[in-house]
Design a protein around this ligand. Structure first.
Ligand code: DOR
Ligand code: ZN
Length: 342
């Protein structure tokens, strides 16, 4: 049987959530990733300060009890209009590696997101982040009057350009890039700018969300777009370019929160991340670049050591289960061709 071994992944964008979802879903990430960048958009308690981080890290450690593989949660805080230089300095002392900025109202739990990326106050905060070596992670979409949901990423690009030029030593991650134009801009900008790519954006177009009936379990932000965009993402992910790395954006929501009047955006991809990546890289004939995408590029950008532990995948058909403890995983009921040996 065909078999591949890979270093455990550095998953640079994960929503671990809290309580029941945290404890029941974290095993699906801990089997493949040894380091994850933990998103801070939890509710009701958002992760905004060093104290929040200490609490949340503790919750994560409790959920990990019994886990046998190495698993290091790398923590982040939300950057809001009122986040001060002092807040980020204190957060750094609590071990925070990055601040995450959500522009107001563009996705799940961004109700208190940033209104202005260039106010005097917030630029002082970005300056402090640059000075102390804290990364800035950005949900790169901007809403506006007469801006379609498919155009929000493009609408955000001028902000990215300005930020990267104004803070040339601030490491910026353009999260879940979803367009050909976004990929191109990340390639053009300085070495301080990189991007995560999700597995679902390598698989989906808008057709898979609304083209053949409405598929709430494929709904996410940024919304999947055109075939050309998807091809550009596949090319970037499989290129070996160190500016692009895996951030699964695995984002579980209970089924009833997605199948309802206003469904939540977010795809629980963790159970299928390694299998789908093996399939995509095999199809492109680029297995040799898979580990750069899943481990090495992110570790380098974040200044973290490479994982020594390995996972094994075998070429074997399996069908993705329809529901796991109230959550429908990505590719539910579909056949995949690679499977992780557990
Ligand atoms: O689809 C998404 N879901 N995109 C995000 O940016 C947030 C995430 C979530 O938290 O569910
Ligand atoms: Zn996310």
């Amino acid at each position: 049987m065909k078999e591949i071994k890979l270093r455990m992944f550095f998953d640079a964008h994960c929503h671990l959530r809290t309580e029941r979802i945290l404890s029941n879903m974290i095993p699906f990430i801990a089997v493949y990733a040894s380091k994850v960048i933990v998103m801070p958009n939890t509710r009701p308690r958002a992760i905004l300060t060093g104290d929040d981080v200490i609490w949340y890290r503790n919750e994560i450690q409790k959920a990990l009890r019994g886990n046998k593989m190495p698993f290091e949660p790398l923590m982040t805080i939300e950057i809001r209009d009122n986040t001060t230089p002092q807040t980020v300095e204190e957060a750094k002392k609590a071990g925070v590696v990055a601040g995450k900025a959500y522009p107001l109202g563009v996705t799940t739990n961004s109700d208190e997101g940033l209104r202005d990326f260039f106010s005097g106050e917030i630029t002082d905060t970005f300056q402090a982040m640059e000075d102390i070596g804290m990364l800035l992670l950005i949900h790169g979409e901007l809403d506006g009057e007469k801006i379609l949901v498919t155009e929000r990423e493009k609408n955000f690009i001028p902000v990215l350009v300005k930020l990267s030029e104004r803070f040339p030593k601030l490491k910026i991650v353009f999260e879940h890039v979803s367009t050909k134009f976004g990929v191109y801009m990340v390639e053009q900008l300085g070495e301080n700018v990189a991007a995560t790519i999700t597995v679902h954006h390598l698989c989906l177009t808008l057709n898979d969300v609304i083209g053949y009936g409405i598929k709430p379990h494929n709904a996410c932000m940024p919304i999947p777009k055109t075939f050309e965009d998807r091809d550009a993402l596949i090319e970037a992910a499989t290129s070996g370019n160190p500016k692009f790395f895996l951030g699964s954006d695995s984002a579980p929501h209970f089924r009833n929160k997605k199948e309802c009047f206003v469904g939540a955006c977010g795809i629980f991809s963790a159970p299928v991340v390694p299998a789908l990546l093996a399939e995509i890289f095999e199809k492109e004939g680029r297995f040799n670049r898979l580990e750069a995408f899943t481990s090495a590029n992110a570790a380098k950008f974040y200044g973290q050591p490479l994982s020594e532990e390995k996972i094994t995948l075998v070429k074997k058909d399996w069908v993705v289960i329809e529901e796991i403890d109230g959550i429908v995983p990505f590719m539910a009921r579909q056949k995949l061709y690679w499977e992780q040996v557990l």
